[in-house]
Design a protein around this ligand. Structure first.
Ligand code: ZN
Ligand code: ZN
Length: 163
């Protein structure tokens, strides 16, 4: 989403659009988006500073880190950023704790891409109590009990304790 600051009146403007993953800096196949990346933003211009309060909603496909099954994960991210005009010699798009520099246009693509990446779980889980794969036979233990003996105690940490 690119906003021309010259065309922006003082005060608040609401804008919304659907963005494509590549517009936000995602490589092809990096993240599987199941829905359009919808961006709704309140853009407030104060002098030449532009304050953006935006909500990004979409849905991505993730692979569970325990059972490896893919599942749908809804994202709703609220992100706030301030754009200030870049001075001569300053590189635009240098982020400093939510502060970005701009020249003529405010480009939300990089900050939104960043916000999505930050929001994705490091170890995705299809459900909080995913049982994962059997370390012995490799079957998905969410689907059926494979009947294998537990070889190590890590899965039932209190098994051998007399409580
Ligand atoms: Zn799982
Ligand atoms: Zn098994």
């Amino acid at each position: 989403m690119i906003i021309s600051v010259g065309g922006l009146h003082q005060g608040r403007t609401s804008v919304a659009s659907d963005e494509r993953p590549d517009e936000l800096g995602f490589e092809k196949g990096e993240i599987e988006f199941l829905e359009p990346i919808h961006v709704a933003a309140d853009v407030t211009r104060m002098g030449f500073d532009v304050y953006v309060d935006c909500t990004v909603t979409t849905s991505v496909e993730l692979a569970c880190s325990r059972c490896l099954e893919t599942f749908e994960h809804d994202l709703k991210i609220r992100s706030k950023m301030l754009f200030v005009p870049a001075r001569q010699g300053q590189k635009s798009n240098t982020a400093q704790e939510g502060v970005y520099l701009y020249r003529e246009h405010v480009d939300l693509a990089a900050p939104i891409g960043e916000a999505i990446r930050e929001e994705l779980p490091m170890k995705p889980l299809c459900k909080a109590y995913c049982l994962g794969l059997c370390p012995n036979c490799g079957k998905n233990r969410n689907e059926s009990d494979c009947g294998c003996e537990e070889k190590d105690g890590s899965y039932h940490p209190f098994k051998d304790m007399s409580l």
